[in-house]
Design a binder for this molecule. Sequence first.
Ligand SMILES: Cc1cc2nc3c(=O)[nH]c(=O)nc-3n(C[C@H](O)[C@H](O)[C@H](O)COP(=O)(O)OP(=O)(O)OC[C@H]3O[C@@H](n4cnc5c(N)ncnc54)[C@H](O)[C@@H]3O)c2cc1C
Length: 419
Amino acid sequence: MADYDVAIVGAGIVGSLLASKLAPHARVLLLDRDVAGLPGSTGHAPGFVGQVNSIPALSEVARRSVALYTSTPGGFATAGGMEVALASPDPDVARAALADAAGLPHRLLSGAEARALAPTFVDERALAAVYFPTDGLANAKAIAKYGQDAARAAGATLLDADVSGISKNPDGYRIESSQGSFSVRHVVVATGVWGGQLVPSLQATAVSVAHPYGYSTKHATRSTLQPFVRWPGAHVYARDHGPRDGVGSYDHETVHYALQRVGGLDSAYGDWESRIAPAFNRALSLLPPKTAATFRSYRTPARGDVHAVAAGSVPYAFNGLFTVTPDALPLSGALDVPGPTGLWCAVGVWVTSAGGVTGVLADQILEALGKKEVDGVDAHLRKAFDPRRFDGRDDKELETAALGKYNDIYNKAEQKSRL
Ligand SMILES: Cc1cc2nc3c(=O)[nH]c(=O)nc-3n(C[C@H](O)[C@H](O)[C@H](O)COP(=O)(O)OP(=O)(O)OC[C@H]3O[C@@H](n4cnc5c(N)ncnc54)[C@H](O)[C@@H]3O)c2cc1C
């Protein structure tokens, strides 16, 4: 008999939430090299959650995520979010139409109104904005820890272990790890940027990239949390983190972290490098000068020093790694034909999507275990996220498509084709 019904490899926000949903119904083993440390992307995700998306499936799971995170203690601040237009006519304002289609509240703002709502980030260069009051800021670490605690309380085993291999055996699958081997009926690979390490077929579709994000000097926390701000035309975004402000940018050539490089890292921090630094500097120029000054002379700590620098008060920037996919949709579902045993994955899942995507996947696995009948519910989402949807396509073409998505993170190409 198998030791566990389901083993989940990777305890970031995705693996931890999935474990919390499965543990009340099945014998679950959640493994990570460092369960509590959250060394993956989750550990340094700034948590912007925008629910409007030109891809309806992404809007749908984002809404479900917000519902879940809002009910998670310390998980979500409904600060609102806005997209600021710097040029006229700016196609970004057309996103109001997408919000309408998704039934999400929104308001068009003048530049002055946008400034009044987010004075730290918006200045007189803003011509207009669209404001989404139900968007907000997720605390990805708190949500992952909450998922881990809930899984543990429901009887799951959480184990610090490095998984080195997954192979078929008569019970289903055998997992080899630094803490021994386990026989399980189902395995879920939720290893973030390391997805292709355990499942080579994911290498072309789950593609790791570098991304610059930085924090200002520490300051007194403001009495009101300001909405997050995106400048979609400039590929820049910023938020109020309480004691610091934060800025990120997609406005640079995509920097691919191939598996050979990611495989050597024990956290999802890359090295600060010349291909991302200019974009970060340009991003600062969008901020009001007084705010930009709080980022200037930022440090770029070596990977091992980021946490120590973060504990101090100087501004700093880092290269965070995450996964892009050829169509911007997650890769979540069965990698083989699901039955009484199965190999599954959940990678390329943003914090914005994780709550919703793990709910869909948990139902699929419980159905395969014979513990739940779902009767076609979410069939469209299962199909949209099916990791086998690219089978038969050329690997190089898929990798190129995924890398191209980095510079279209707001899916504006898709948006234009839908409007
Ligand atoms: C700078 C930055 C900004 C971002 N901004 C946003 C944002 O604003 N909004 C948003 O929605 N998303 C954002 N993201 C993306 C988001 O953080 C990720 O998509 C999400 O955290 C992925 O979660 P995960 O659980 O899949 O992966 P991870 O958090 O990476 O977890 C994977 C886990 O697997 C473990 N693991 C890997 N291999 C093994 C193995 N062989 N054995 C055992 N354990 C293993 C790792 O230790 C790790 O803990 C951002 C990411 C970064 C880096």
